[in-house]
Design a protein around this ligand. Sequence first.
Ligand code: IPE
Ligand code: IPE
Ligand code: MG
Length: 246
Amino acid sequence: MTQALQVPTCLPRHVAIVMDGNGRWASQRHLPRLAGHKKGVDALRRAVQASIDQGVSVLTVFAFSSENWSRPAAEVAGLMDLLSLVLNREVDALDSNGVRLHFPGDRAGLSERVVQGLAAAEARTAHNQRLVLNVCFNYGGRWDIANAARRLVAEGREITEQSLSEATALSHVGDPDLLIRTGGEMRISNFLLWQTAYTELFFSPCLWPDFDASEMACALKAYAERERRFGQIGEQVQQPVGPQYA
Ligand code: IPE
Ligand code: IPE
Ligand code: MG
């Protein structure tokens, strides 16, 4: 039997996204910035569906950074209200769609109502298995590392790469295989500093509210064409492990 020659292709198990560009999307349309954030929720819904359709197992998105508190007070308040609205409106559909929610991030500074809403959404969807959706809210990579170290010290445990990984806010999932940043900026902005040590990076000029299944497919295709060497040389790298990307 002859075997077709095929370039090995591979699907990322875990995709992380810096959802950037909401403000510029709104400004281009002479709309208030919050209109861009609202449109961003539609884009997140599309990203979740595209992840499920493509067979991605974990999607981790950056929704509000430790540094975003320094935005104008009205925008911060609008983002907090939007989170409450999304918790009220979207959790039913996500639950029916088999999505398990997590909200990695610092609960300090969030209102009691929001904290309860996050815990309720996590508990309600805990049994789901189709997609893990991590919505990083009041999250910072430096906070995550410092918090993990603090926890280990408090428990009297030794700090090793393994124990620190296990103490981070993303310990329930493996490291991201692919990080997408929309909005054209080429920086990490204090996202998953510890977890992205060997993540493939994909930067898109697309503003987040315009993100759709074809943008996701574009990023997945780029990922499939990368060679992940993890410090080795090309000749040592075997066929990538994981589901095939069509
Ligand atoms: C990302 O969009 C969303 C948050 C940071 C909450 P931005 O609001 O940063 O949009 P730009 O970068 O100003 O266009
Ligand atoms: C990163 O975007 C944070 C989120 C997408 C939530 P920012 O717009 O805050 O990043 P900087 O400040 O331009 O680096
Ligand atoms: Mg931005």
